[in-house]
Design a binder for this molecule. Structure first.
Ligand SMILES: NC(=O)c1ccc[n+]([C@@H]2O[C@H](COP(=O)([O-])OP(=O)(O)OC[C@H]3O[C@@H](n4cnc5c(N)ncnc54)[C@H](OP(=O)(O)O)[C@@H]3O)[C@@H](O)[C@H]2O)c1
Length: 358
């Protein structure tokens, strides 16, 4: 199930030369502005100490990203109060966050982000997604050029910014990608300076096509202890081609927290997979072990240190979470033994239909 549909949400040409040149100038000044997060700001008096989170080159872009980012589907779909979002994002920025990922369709998460941290825009890279806002105001699949341009305009307004660091096609199908119009739309937005880079967010064959096409700066794809298809299918090629890779659902929705099959349809498949995989670090007492070798620590470290991955965008509605997870990542890569065990278990247990889940 796509995250744009989760939690019942869906129930509910290039321009003329002169224009392009003007837009390019605008893009260039916006780029200078948005390139700021590469520098590590100092500790601010009265705020929790910064955490020395590893920063990685984001493909061939000019961005250097902290390996722990922030995914905002959860704050949107869970309708987290603005005061809590203010705390989550400001605390995380103070402590070392520099990537915030959102989407036009994560309920009002773009507005939440704009209200919370638009005033600190130079401190973070802002990634959004498009493909579900029709130009006539309707909702649903909207992969035509006019709708995608309309969606990008909405994102800019809602996030209170002049430029997005990255816009991603939000999990369109392989067939839609092959038609090409949606990619051309993003390329136009880039030429016009509305976005600095373009990416594809999705999985399996469509993600592979996006990587092979050579037209995207980045790939966002599911990668975790219960979702490993990308490790062979897309990550090595994405790395070879110099793409920035964003791991979505990187902590496997922490499904070990549920004693019984959860009601939330979005996480059920992951819960079932984990039951079958039965990793020792995600059973018994290890489930609540908050250290780097407990369930959360092992799961997050597995994803963050997969070759090719640049940033893990963990979702949360808790102000203390970003720091906790950043502390877990300080332990670095898993031991070779644990890494091999997780991969071996996957190869032994995963059935052919355990594809990357959007
Ligand atoms: N198609 C797409 O483009 C697509 C699809 C899915 C997701 N995404 C992106 O990926 C982001 C992340 O996905 P996600 O939120 O579904 O998955 P996730 O990051 O794997 O899981 C988030 C869940 O894990 C919990 N959690 C985080 N750290 C924890 C810890 N240390 N211990 C225990 N629980 C912990 C959070 O609970 P608490 O609230 O308690 O912290 C939250 O419920 C999204 O926000 C979105 O930006 C994109």
């Amino acid at each position: 199930m796509s995250d744009s549909t989760r939690r019942d949400f869906l129930k509910r040409s290039a321009a003329a030369t002169v224009l392009v040149s003007g837009a390019m100038n605008a893009a260039s000044s916006a780029m200078q502005q948005a390139a700021q997060p590469a520098a590590k700001p100092e500790n601010k008096p009265g705020t929790p100490a910064r955490i020395d989170v590893e920063r990685r080159q984001f493909g061939k872009t000019d961005m250097k990203v902290a390996i722990l980012g922030f995914g905002s589907a959860e704050i949107g779909f869970e309708r987290t109060e603005q005061s809590v979002v203010d705390k989550i994002l400001n605390a995380a920025l103070d402590q070392g966050l520099n990537v915030v990922d959102t989407a036009e369709c994560y309920v009002d998460s773009e507005e939440q982000i704009g209200r919370a941290i638009a005033g600190r825009r130079k401190e973070f890279y802002l990634f959004s997604k498009c493909g579900h806002a029709k130009k006539d105001g309707g909702r649903g699949d909207a992969w035509d050029k006019d709708s995608l341009m309309h969606s990008i305009e909405l994102s800019l307004k809602r996030c209170k910014t002049d430029v997005l660091d990255l816009i991603q096609l939000h999990s369109c199908s392989l067939e839609t990608l092959q038609k090409g119009e949606c990619i051309e739309a993003l390329e136009t937005a880039k030429k016009q300076g509305k976005v600095r880079y373009i990416g594809y967010s999705g999985d399996s064959k469509a993600a592979r096509y996006a990587v092979e096409s050579g037209r995207f700066d980045s790939l966002q794809t599911s990668c975790s202890i219960v979702d490993q298809e990308c490790i062979d299918l897309t990550l090595p090629l994405a790395k070879e081609k110099g793409m920035g890779v964003i791991a979505k659902r990187p902590i496997a929705n922490a499904v070990w927290r549920h004693d019984k099959q959860p009601d939330n349809g979005y996480v059920v498949e992951y819960w079932k997979r984990l039951e079958k995989l039965a990793y020792p670090f995600a059973t018994g007492d290890k489930r609540s072990d908050s250290g780097p070798d407990g369930a959360a620590g092992t799961a997050l470290r597995f994803t963050a240190f997969q070759p090719g991955v640049c940033v893990c965008i963990v979702g949360t509605s808790k102000p203390e979470r970003w720091r906790q997870n950043a502390e877990l990542l300080k332990a670095g890569a898993l031991s070779e033994e644990t890494q091999k065990m997780i991969r071996a278990r996957w190869k032994e247990v995963a059935s052919a239909d355990w594809m990357g889940l959007t």
